[in-house]
Design a protein around this ligand. Structure first.
Ligand SMILES: Cc1ncc(COP(=O)(O)O)c(C=O)c1O
Length: 395
């Protein structure tokens, strides 16, 4: 390795000795309640395939139909020649689904945050109030603006109010951004209170509903619907990579907001459009969600069941209010060992360690799906109990 590149090996070695080097497994089957890895079947407890739609035949059929009609690639960025009829169709359907005036689709949820935050608050005099546990894509979006970032303690309305008071009257635009569902803990942002406080202080509210879409609200319409806050949240950011089972980001809000993002957001201007298969599959997901609440209800039942069973045998499952089920182990190396032992027992559930979660709170984050049967979940609990006792995590 050339001398200027030696830091690569050194950093990787340091990650390995700190237990922070991740094993990245390759899935040989479609995503589902079970997946095949190295020729063996495992219960899958770590995909964001909340509703089991990743391999749903209705999505596959729609993709084939659209690919036959429109081909695959968009050929350009949206603003030059990459806007195709399916993009507009999906945007209309998503706006209707979410009860918003308008929506724009982007390449991913990550891109959607990059499209919103630097576009709305680009200037040094602007201020962003950001929950301390916000997702990395929000943190990176904040890094792409010259605005001052004011972090408030996680979901702490007193701390938020104190920060708003501190900067009250400061020039520039003020914007608050929060995850809707916090992805590592599964707790829900206190959105009604946040909206009320922000209204008082004249602050724009942005909620990233990546883990709420297809999960919260009536038929999975998301956090705004969950709290009945239609028309009160300025910007809803989301992703179609989780419950929708596909890929793609979305921003929903007023017609003027969406026009602004379309004209000015750099991911829309300088990165090519979402592909036809993605759009088609997402259209099928919206149709499925609009047709029936069955999958969303099954997901909720499965989430409640797993949380109840794991905490009944002594695991610390945190304060999740959603199907996200963290099993908090503590030290990074212990969480990794726990995950490896689960894997030996046929359960695929990755360890989440620093910097994704704070040091000392390393965990196995279980992601339940509507696709899991009760037998699948009972088997998973049995294996968690076995490994937990072997490692002394539970007695
Ligand atoms: C809160 C939040 N925002 C954004 C993203 C990124 O979404 P995508 O995978 O579509 O880029 C994630 C995914 O982990 C997320 O949890």
């Amino acid at each position: 390795m050339a001398v200027p590149m030696k830091f690569l090996t050194e950093d990787l070695e340091a990650m390995k000795s700190a237990g922070l080097y991740g094993t990245i497994r390759t899935i040989e089957s479609p995503q589902g309640a079970w997946v095949k890895i190295s020729g063996k079947d495992y219960i899958n407890l770590c995909s964001n395939n909340y509703l089991g739609l990743c391999n749903d035949p209705r999505l596959v059929t729609k993709v084939k139909e659209y690919v036959d009609r429109y081909g695959v690639g968009p050929g350009a960025v949206r603003t030059i020649a990459g806007t195709m009829t399916p993009h507009i169709e999906l945007e209309r359907r998503l706006a209707e689904f979410k009860g918003a005036e308008a929506a724009i689709v982007l390449q991913s949820g990550f891109c959607a945050n990059l499209a919103v935050i630097p576009t709305l608050v680009p200037a040094a005099e602007d201020i962003i109030y950001s929950d301390s546990l916000n997702h990395a894509s929000i943190i990176d979006a904040c890094r792409l603006t010259k605005a001052k970032v004011v972090r408030y303690e996680h979901s702490d309305l007193d701390d938020l109010t104190a920060k708003l008071e501190e900067y009250k009257g400061a020039p520039g635009k003020h914007l608050l951004v929060t995850d809707g569902v916090f992805s590592m803990d599964g707790d829900i942002a206190k959105l009604p209170e946040i909206v009320e406080i922000c209204e008082k202080y004249g602050v724009i509210v942005v909620v990233d509903d990546a883990h709420g879409e297809g999960v919260l609200g009536r038929g999975g319409r998301g956090i705004v619907d969950h709290f009945g806050l239609h028309g009160k949240v300025d910007v809803e950011v989301g992703t179609m990579s989780k419950a929708f089972g596909v890929m793609g980001g979305v921003v929903a809000g007023s017609t003027t907001l969406i026009d602004y993002i379309r004209q000015k957001a750099r991911p829309n201007l300088f990165s090519s459009a979402l592909t036809v298969p993605d759009i088609a599959a997402n259209l099928a997901s919206v149709e499925i969600l609009e047709e029936s609440e069955d999958l969303v209800n099954r997901l909720r039942e499965n989430g409640d069941f797993l949380k109840k069973e794991l905490s009944a045998i002594g695991f610390n499952t945190g304060n999740s209010e959603t199907p996200i089920t963290p099993v908090i182990i503590g030290e990074a190396q212990d969480a990794k060992t726990f995950s490896a032992k689960l894997f030996e027992n046929g359960v695929f559930a990755t360890a989440i360690v620093f910097p994704t979660v704070p040091k000392g709170t390393a965990r196995i984050r279980c992601m339940v799906s509507a696709a899991h049967s009760r037998d699948d979940l009972n088997l998973a609990v049995e294996k968690f109990a076995k490994v937990g006792r072997e490692m002394g995590v539970i007695s």
